[in-house]
Design a protein around this ligand. Structure first.
Ligand code: CDV
Length: 319
């Protein structure tokens, strides 16, 4: 990675999706993705970001056996017959894409996965979700389930950064965006852009969180993380009412200043676009967030030594 020369500008699109209902076939969903990819390309985008689990409904809200989930919602290969039109369109229109889907490996391991595909239609990176929210038991009283811990195992490859046609690009998925470690691990690999997809139910089934906070916290983490790492962040949601269950919209592109420079207005399929200037992050990375000069990892040891919060350190009183 060390010798990659950054490009200055990059056309970046985020393709928010409206609902994908249980009755929708992969073919119908992929046709929607192809339409948005074409729109993104017509606006000179070089990369279009699609949501998490973009090919199906957000199925972790439903209790079912693992076998049924595999049969209905998981992809055994990528690309496959259903998704091939998206890869073809990428090649034809010379545009890369990020796509989230449920992956089952040859040896039967299940991951919540995203891929980074370049404009030649080649998969150049794969990410398996690390922070899996929710539960694995059946919460009969809850209005819906959040069974990511039942259907997926924790990603086994950590947070990578890839050279996407000259742009150092990292990937994460949904709940990962709320954790500062996610971005820092990628910015320590000189990421310039982090792309992610999400499905965020408007209702919190665990405690009574006001609905507006679901969007507020989504904005806060994207803006703070972009600024604190001097990177661009692009987030694509699947939103609106999926089979009656509402999820937040507000797909967005955030600059290294922490400012939101493009934002979806509705809760349907919608492409937003920015010609991002990759030099904008340089000032932040050379000055206030110059890691080499100012980071103090010797004082951050607890971050890797402890998982949960514990007792205060015995630092004592200094004169
Ligand atoms: N798909 C997700 O990871 N959703 C979580 C919700 C459940 C909190 C999120 O962080 O948006």
């Amino acid at each position: 990675m060390g010798t990659v020369v950054s490009k200055k500008k990059m056309g970046l699109a985020v393709a928010q999706m409206g609902a994908v209902n249980l009755a929708d076939s992969r073919a119908v969903v992929v046709a929607r993705l192809v339409e948005m990819l074409k729109e993104a390309a017509s606006r000179q985008a070089e990369l279009v970001v699609f949501p998490e689990l973009a090919l199906t409904t957000f199925f972790p809200r439903y209790w079912m056996s693992e076998e049924e989930a595999i049969e209905r919602f998981f992809e055994k290969t990528m690309p496959n017959k259903d998704v091939e039109p998206l890869f073809e369109a990428a090649r034809k229109h010379q545009i890369g894409f990020y796509l989230g889907y449920a992956e089952i490996t040859e040896d039967g391991r299940r991951f919540n996965t995203s891929i980074l595909v370049n404009k030649s239609g080649k998969i150049i990176g794969k990410y398996r979700k690390v922070h899996l929210p929710g539960h694995s038991d059946h919460k009969i009283e809850a209005p819906f389930q959040h069974l990511e811990k039942k259907y997926f195992e924790v990603g086994d490859q950590g947070f990578g950064v890839w050279d996407l046609d000259g742009v150092r690009t990292g990937m994460c998925l949904c709940n990962d965006r709320r954790w500062p470690e996610t971005y820092r691990v990628m910015s320590l690999q000189s990421a310039e852009l982090v792309v992610l997809g999400y499905n965020t139910p408007s209702e919190n089934i665990h405690w009574n969180e006001p609905v507006h906070l679901r969007t507020t916290t989504h904005e806060i983490v994207l803006q703070a993380s972009a600024y604190q790492n001097g990177i661009w962040v692009a987030a694509a949601g699947k939103c609106g009412y999926e089979d009656g269950y509402h999820m937040i919209g507000s797909s967005m592109i955030v600059a290294p200043s922490g400012e939101i420079v493009a934002r979806a207005t509705g809760e349907d399929d919608e492409v937003i676009f920015t010609n991002i200037d990759l030099t904008l992050g340089q000032g932040f990375r050379e000055h206030v967030f110059n890691f080499e000069k100012h980071r103090r990892p010797e004082h951050y040891k607890l971050i890797v030594e402890r998982k949960g919060a514990g007792e205060p350190l015995d630092i004592g009183v200094n004169d």
